[in-house]
Design a protein around this ligand. Structure first.
Ligand SMILES: [Zn+2]
Length: 271
C-alpha cells in the first residue's frame, strides 16, 4: 500500500502546456580533451556543442553558461538514476556527482556510470561517491552541489536525502518509479513541502521494486531531468507544490496539489 499524501486539493487531470514536452535529446558528443575544456569553458565552442542537444528556444548563451557552471548530484545509480544521468549529461551540466550506498548498488555500477560519462562527455567534471550519506559526510558531499536529484530506490536513503536537502537548503527533484507507476515533485526547502510533509511517518524499510526498468521509469527520468533543468535556469516549474503521478499502463498523468504539513518534523514551523 502506498503511503498517504498530505493533500490539500486533488486535481484529476493534467493540463498539457508548452513546458511539458520533453525537450532533451540524447546524443553522443564528440570527444573534447580536458585541456581544451579548461581553456575553453564558457566559450562559444563549448556552448555550441550542446546547442543541438537542447531544443529550448528560450535557452541562449547565458543559460548555456549557467548549465555549464551548475553542479548536480544524482543520488542513486539504478534504472532511474542512469536515465537522469544520460539526460543531464547531454544537456550540458558542467559538474555531475553520482552517489549510491554500496549496500544498495554495487560499486561497479557507480564506476560504470563514471566511465560512461568520461567516455562520452569528457568535458563534464564527474565525481562519484560509493558511500552512504550520513551526518559526518553529508555537508562535505551535498554542500558541494546546487541541485540534488533523488533517484534512490529505497525510502531510508530518500528520506535521509530529504533531511539534508532541507538542512543545507539545497533544492531537490524527488521522484520514484516502480513497475507501471511513478511520481515526481520538486522540493525547494521552506518554499515547497518536503518529502516528510508528503509522506509523514513512512516506514523506512520500503525498497522499490527491481522490476522498475519499464516505461514508467523512462518517463519519470525524462520528467525529472526537465525539472532539474528548469530549476537550474529559474524557469517556472509546474512541479513546485505539485505531485505528478504517472501510470504507464493506463497512460494516465495526474497532478496532486500539495501543501506544507505545519507539524512536519523536518521542515515544519512548529518543530
Ligand atoms: Zn516538511
Amino acid at each position: 500500500m502506498r503511503p498517504r499524501y498530505w493533500i490539500k486539493v486533488q486535481v484529476a487531470s493534467i493540463k498539457i502546456n508548452r513546458t511539458m514536452p520533453i525537450r532533451i535529446l540524447l546524443s553522443t558528443s564528440e570527444a573534447v580533451t580536458d585541456k581544451f575544456i579548461l581553456q575553453n569553458i564558457g566559450s562559444k565552442m563549448i556552448k555550441e556543442k550542446y546547442t543541438k542537444n537542447i531544443l529550448l528556444g528560450e535557452i541562449g548563451e547565458q543559460e548555456k553558461t549557467k548549465l555549464l557552471n551548475s553542479k548536480v548530484l544524482i543520488a542513486g545509480c539504478g534504472a532511474l538514476g542512469s536515465k537522469v544521468l544520460a539526460n543531464l549529461a547531454s544537456a550540458g551540466i558542467g559538474t555531475i556527482g553520482i552517489i549510491d550506498n554500496p549496500e544498495n548498488c554495487k560499486a561497479e555500477k557507480v564506476l560504470s556510470a563514471q566511465k560512461w560519462v568520461e567516455k562520452n562527455y569528457k568535458e563534464i567534471n564527474i565525481k562519484t561517491y560509493n558511500d552512504k550519506i550520513d551526518e559526518i559526510n553529508s555537508e562535505k558531499i551535498i554542500g558541494e552541489y546546487n541541485l540534488l536529484v533523488d533517484c534512490f530506490d529505497n525510502y531510508q536513503s530518500k528520506f535521509l536525502l530529504n533531511e539534508y536537502a532541507v538542512k543545507y537548503n539545497i533544492p531537490m527533484v524527488h521522484g520514484e518509479a516502480a513497475e507501471n507507476y511513478g511520481h515526481a515533485t520538486v522540493i525547494i526547502p521552506h518554499k515547497t513541502p518536503c518529502l516528510e510533509c508528503l509522506f509523514p511517518n513512512t516506514k523506512r524499510d520500503i525498497k522499490l521494486s527491481n522490476e522498475s526498468a519499464g516505461f514508467a521509469v523512462n518517463a519519470l527520468g525524462a520528467l525529472m531531468s526537465q525539472s532539474a533543468i528548469n530549476l537550474l535556469l529559474d524557469i517556472k516549474d509546474d512541479l513546485e507544490n505539485v505531485l505528478l503521478t504517472y501510470n504507464s499502463d493506463e497512460m494516465k498523468l495526474e497532478k496532486i496539489q500539495l501543501s506544507f504539513n505545519p507539524d512536519c518534523r523536518v521542515c515544519g514551523q512548529k518543530q
